[in-house]
Write a protein that binds this ligand. Structure first.
Ligand code: PLP
Length: 456
């Protein structure tokens, strides 16, 4: 059998013949895909035809440190040569894993006790569901199992994390969600507030709805509430002022765990170390991935508070082995990448840059597009944001879905050398690397404004 690559075919043909693309319309891909990136530097990518793009989304919200960071590459190479793999089952360990866990546990908000590594945001949130169930079983409350998640949330795609996700595409024809998931309203003031309602009154209403849901389901049946500090894939939704404060009070009163999904917000995206820092959330459990390595290696982590850890520790004498974990838990190369990445982001103060470049970026968006008749809302925090397009600003009426306006603007921006992401309700999301300069921020705004104009 000849297994050498078929170099007589184009990369695009080989891709179409072989690759099953995630979150892609298969028929469209076969007609128009793929676009293949071959290298990156700073905030820019180059495709296999030599075209250069400004990556307005940092890959998938993850290349926080930017492309081509030699320190991370060197750390990966050094660890691969020293020890490319060892596991951590049955008390075994790896050196980089110990250091990453120590750094991450001390960095995150709350009184956190232990770190459990995985490979993706989805597996982290799957682990969260299992840990919330495990914890309540150990506490002698086997009926306390439901998880509250929000409409338009994105927590991943595995059976459990996909069930937590509140987007129809992740459920449709997959027989999801699981029946243990209870859904509450998305905290999007622009779309969900009633006429004349203030932001504070909206937050009060969301809190009252959460309380009513808990009462209807029974607090003794609910294990946890999961939330992204700022929702990402649901359209970059920033909650109304006071929302998390009110939510936390209700959860505490009902003995429900708060799981903060920091997969996007964690590691500086909002200009603070974690999204929970920005909103004053004190979570019981935290999921991180993406920015922990800036995408240079696949790595995720679940961080649990003292109460959850001590319950597990105390029960181990009669329960026996903790039966969960992965072949690649504590992967030494991924953890070496994380250590180099976190060190680099600290040294270059990239979290601070996300705040200052982010403020410049939002100001530029508002000054260029704030009065545009097709721009309904400009939203975001730090270097995470979205622009929502509407057919009528006064009534907030959306464009006809068939018009595919956000996709058209995205394709136009791509042709002008900018990568953005179209999302539901005709929003265009951005989340560039945290090393973005104000000049690069202006470049994104210029191209976006031109692309919106060209499609109106
Ligand atoms: N949680 C959040 C907030 C995310 O944005 C994502 C991915 O975008 C996930 C979880 C799932 O992560 P992964 O794609 O690594 O499984």
């Amino acid at each position: 059998m000849d297994l050498s690559p078929a170099h007589n075919q184009s990369l695009e043909d080989l891709d179409r013949e072989n690759i099953f693309h995630p979150f892609t319309l298969p028929s469209e891909h076969m007609a128009h895909g793929p676009k293949i990136m071959v290298k990156g530097q700073g905030v820019r990518l180059t495709d296999n035809h030599g075209t250069v793009y400004l990556d307005g989304l940092a890959g998938l919200w993850c290349v926080n440190a930017g492309y081509g960071r030699q320190e991370i590459v060197d750390a990966i190479a050094k660890q691969a040569a020293l020890l490319p793999y060892y596991h951590s089952f049955a008390s075994m360990g790896t050196e980089p894993g110990v250091y990453t866990a120590d750094t991450v546990r001390r960095m995150v908000p709350g009184n956190m006790a232990r770190v459990l590594f995985g490979c993706s945001g989805s597996d982290a949130n799957d682990t969260q569901v299992k840990l919330a169930w495990y914890y309540n079983n150990l506490k002698g409350r086997p009926q306390k199992k439901k998880i509250i998640a929000r409409d338009r949330a994105y927590h991943g795609v595995t059976v459990a994390s996909g069930s937590l996700t509140g987007l129809p595409t992740v459920h449709k024809a997959f027989d999801l969600p699981l029946p243990q998931v209870v859904r509450v309203r998305c905290p999007h003031f622009y779309r969900e507030a009633e006429a004349g309602e203030s932001e504070e009154a909206f937050a009060d209403r969301l809190a009252a709805e959460l309380e009513a849901t808990i009462e209807a389901e029974g607090a003794d049946t609910i294990a946890a509430f999961i939330a992204e500090p700022v929702m990402g894939a649901g359209g970059v939704i920033v909650p109304p002022k006071g929302y998390f404060e009110k939510v936390q009070k209700i959860l505490k009163a009902n003995d429900i765990l708060f799981i903060a999904d920091e997969v996007i917000c964690g590691f500086g995206r909002l200009g603070t170390p974690f999204g929970s820092d920005y909103f004053g959330i004190v979570p019981d459990m935290i999921s991180v991935a993406k920015g922990i390595t800036s995408g240079y290696q696949p790595l995720s982590a679940v961080i649990v508070c003292e109460e959850v850890w001590s319950t597990i520790l105390e029960s181990s004498d009669y329960l026996g082995t903790f039966g969960h974990g992965y072949t690649y838990t504590n992967h030494p190369i991924a953890c070496a990448a994380a250590n180099a990445n976190i060190e680099l982001m600290e040294r270059e103060k990239l979290f601070d840059n996300a705040a200052t470049a982010g403020a410049h970026f939002h100001a530029a968006l508002h000054s260029r597009l704030g009065d545009h008749p097709a721009v309904g809302e400009i939203r975001g925090v730090g270097l995470m944001g979205a622009v929502e397009l509407v057919a009528d600003r006064a009534t907030k009426r959306s464009f006809e879905p068939a018009a595919g306006i956000a996709k058209k603007v995205q394709a136009d921006a791509l042709a002008r050398g900018l990568i953005l992401r179209p999302m539901m309700n005709d929003s265009l999301a951005f989340s560039p690397p945290l090393c973005l300069t104000t000049t690069e921020a202006d470049e994104i705004v210029d191209i976006l404004a031109a692309s919106i104009e060209a499609n109106m």
